[in-house]
Design a protein around this ligand. Structure first.
Ligand code: ATP
Ligand code: MG
Length: 446
């Protein structure tokens, strides 16, 4: 018997053109809005997995996402629209399409190509991301009420660098809703706990300084090419966030200028009172720490050269569309569709990680639009300071040890525990409140 045919994937007025990338809780598509007289606009649509669509989550998510719509900054990905799919109820966010690379991709590709990340470019990218965060921290309602926005999920995957040489931060407010959601899977937390601030890990009230700390971790990693806290095991990662001695960047990479090292260490102070107080000050201090800063054209060239395979694929697809090619993402027929439109590719284990992790689930059959496999966290690319004996770059995968079964069982148990820890730490943030982060003027955002 032949089932119903596949249908074009649409999001309200937007038709999906190709798959851009997938994250732990969502898929991102390039989509097109067609208007009268040949008007066309390409956008990015982030489709959250349908499991994240029960009423409690939807309310929380929409409250947070409405907040993000109040942020205007050249260094924040612009949110254009929010919606909910008619057929499966999946939430989606329509946003500016950034043709470029994530800071994560740039780090990995430049480590591969050059053996190290370019210091000045990394510093400038983080400085621009800090400016975006600062604009968000300062965001107000149209009537001037401060919103006390805290991003909560600053990570190298959420920092996009466009081919235009401009840096934008994305995913504002989403973390809060996702992490409070009872069905959030441990796998979706894996990358997130690596950038927790100590106060987040302790479940305390948060303010903008929490994002400064997370950006400090991002800077540390971008400059050293190693992961600071991440071990791939969320419970151990959270312990490290709270306890380990944080090495100075120059202990791992001597050519980083002393002043840059000092500024990064300032952002990484566990004591909030001693930490760099705002993202704007962090940006200014980073820029002042370098003799000269890379131009927009230089950042653009860096992205063009080291943006990675995903960027090359996206550029190709956009060229085809501009040349009049018809590309449409088809929604698989209901009997074949899982939670994702594009099945998850098997993670690529190119480089060594600090810990043995459970293998990914068996990959579903490949689809023609599937993006190349994408690494979900830095731990498999970058090694922890304790493992300096392991070379960075093209190291061979760690041989599978005996007792793997036991390790897997322990791993799964640890992950379930971690889900609880991180839900408490990130989601509740010490607050009994849910919903919008709209606060009384002057009130700290819990
Ligand atoms: N506006 C955008 N324009 C272009 N590419 C984007 C845009 N937003 C996201 N992407 C790409 O899609 C990927 C997946 O995004 P998504 O936010 O779902 O996952 P993530 O940030 O990698 O991880 P997480 O699930 O923790 O948020 C990003 O890493 C990035 O490569
Ligand atoms: Mg993201």
């Amino acid at each position: 018997m032949v089932g119903p045919p596949a249908t074009p994937l649409t999001f309200g007025r937007y038709e999906a053109l190709f798959h851009v990338a997938s994250g732990g809780m969502a898929e991102v598509f390039a989509a097109r809005l067609r208007g009268p007289h040949g008007f066309e606009k390409l956008v990015a649509v982030k489709r959250l997995l349908p499991s994240l669509s029960d009423e409690q989550f939807v309310t929380m998510f929409l409250d947070e996402a409405r907040l993000a719509a109040n942020i205007t900054s050249p260094h924040v990905v612009q949110t254009l629209e929010l919606g909910r799919a008619d057929d499966d109820g999946a939430l989606y966010i329509v946003m500016e399409l950034v043709v470029g690379a994530t800071l994560f991709d740039l780090c990995v590709t430049s480590l591969d190509h050059l053996g190290a990340t370019p210091i000045a470019a990394m510093v400038e990218i983080v400085a621009q991301a800090a400016l975006g965060l600062h604009d968000a921290h300062e965001a107000r309602t149209p009537t001037g009420q401060p919103l006390h926005v805290v991003h909560r999920d600053v990570s190298p995957q959420n920092i996009l660098v466009g081919l235009d040489g401009r840096v934008r931060v994305t995913d504002f407010g989403i973390a809060r809703a996702v992490l409070r959601h009872t069905h959030t899977r441990a796998g979706q937390l894996k990358g997130k706990v690596a950038y927790l601030s100590p106060e987040q890990a302790a479940g305390e009230a948060l303010d903008r300084r929490s994002d400064v700390f997370a950006l400090g971790v991002v800077t540390w990693e971008a400059l050293t090419g190693r992961s600071l806290f991440n071990t791939g095991d969320p419970v151990e990662t959270v312990r490290r966030v709270r306890e380990i001695r944080i090495p100075n960047v120059r202990e791992l990479r001597h050519e980083v200028p002393e002043e840059v090292d000092r500024v990064v260490a300032w952002a990484l102070q566990r004591d909030r009172e001693a930490r760099c107080p705002s993202a704007a000050e962090y940006a200014a201090a980073l820029r002042a720490a370098l003799p000269s800063r890379p131009s927009t054209a230089e950042l653009s060239a860096l992205v063009a050269e080291h943006g990675g395979e995903n960027l090359a694929r996206i550029q190709e697809q956009i060229s085809e569309i501009h040349a009049g090619g018809d590309r449409t993402v088809m929604r698989p027929p209901p009997e074949r569709s899982g939670p994702r439109i594009v099945p998850e590719a098997e993670p690529e284990e190119r480089l060594i990680g600090p810990s043995e992790r459970p293998p990914p689930p068996a990959p579903p059959p490949p689809q023609p639009t599937a993006a190349p496999p994408k690494q979900r966290d830095l731990s498999t690319h970058l090694v922890t300071p304790e493992r300096l004996e392991v070379s960075m770059g093209r190291s061979r995968p760690m041989p599978r040890r005996g007792g793997l079964k036991l390790a897997l069982v322990l791993g799964v148990l640890a992950w379930v525990g971690a889900a609880a820890v991180a839900w408490w730490a990130l989601g509740s943030g010490g607050s009994s409140r849910e919903g919008p982060v709209l606060r009384d003027p002057g009130g700290a955002e819990p």
